[in-house]
Design a binder for this molecule. Structure first.
Ligand SMILES: C[S@@+](CC[C@H](N)C(=O)[O-])C[C@H]1O[C@@H](n2cnc3c(N)ncnc32)[C@H](O)[C@@H]1O
Length: 217
């Protein structure tokens, strides 16, 4: 089932009703000031964006589903207006802009002044080929020094079909190593909190958090 169908049929098992614990723990690593802009790629209707707004930050995000974006604004009682920018529809509220359309249609102009990127369930939503394309495009549209908080999952891929897809530390190194400095901040096997993986007989689910920073070429 593709992403738009998932939204139409409300099959959005990845959506979390709580703010992500790693975001709360590691956001200070960014050292952001009030109103600094953070980019949330493939944002869904993530409540983590409410947390970021409540920290005083500004958000620019992209999501292909209108349903997701309208649910985000309506369920959080945030007023918004819409306009068309290039090939994208822009939903805009106070300190938040969400582009509706394809991530690959974004360019650096849309991400002007972005200081940081929050990637939860975005890279790992994509298959191997798209992950390479995603990282290349992200690298192309963000400025030097931009930092990324990247949350990944790793598990034996032959034991379950993605998404979410398994992304190992070796793959993070291959994808980002050339243009980014990175540190692993956290990595634990969290299989006991993943009943869906347990039911499929998956041996482990490693959850990792990386802090990356784009370096000059
Ligand atoms: C697994 S969900 C994660 C959503 C969000 N990051 C979260 O943590 O709840 C992936 C989202 O990416 C969106 N998506 C997938 N491919 C996309 C693309 N090429 N451009 C824009 N959005 C995309 C899907 O509609 C879906 O809402």
């Amino acid at each position: 089932m593709d992403w738009l169908n998932r939204w139409e049929n409300n099959k959005i098992g990845w959506h979390a009703e709580q703010i992500n614990r790693q975001l709360i723990e590691y956001l200070p690593e960014f050292n952001l000031a009030k109103k600094d802009k953070i980019f949330v790629p493939l944002c869904g209707k993530s409540l983590d964006m409410i947390y970021l707004l409540n920290q005083g930050l500004s958000i620019v995000a992209v999501e292909m589903s209108d349903i997701a974006i309208e649910q985000f604004f309506n369920e959080n009682k945030l007023p918004f207006k819409t306009s068309n920018i290039d090939t994208l529809k822009l939903y805009e509220g106070e300190r938040i802009q969400i582009y509706c359309g394809d991530f690959f249609a974004l360019n650096s102009k849309h991400l002007d002044t972005v200081k940081a990127v929050y990637d939860r369930a975005s890279l790992i939503a994509l298959d191997t080929v798209l992950r390479q394309k995603y990282v290349k495009h992200l690298n192309d549209i963000i400025d030097e020094d931009v930092r990324i908080l990247l949350l990944t999952l790793d598990y034996p891929q032959h034991q379950k079909i993605g998404p979410p897809f398994a992304v190992s530390k070796t793959e993070v190194d291959l994808l980002y190593g050339g243009s980014f400095q990175y540190r692993e901040l956290h990595c634990i096997n969290d299989i006991e909190n993943e009943p869906m993986f347990q039911n499929l007989g998956v041996d482990f689910v490693k959850k990792a958090v990386y802090f990356l920073q784009k370096v000059g070429t």
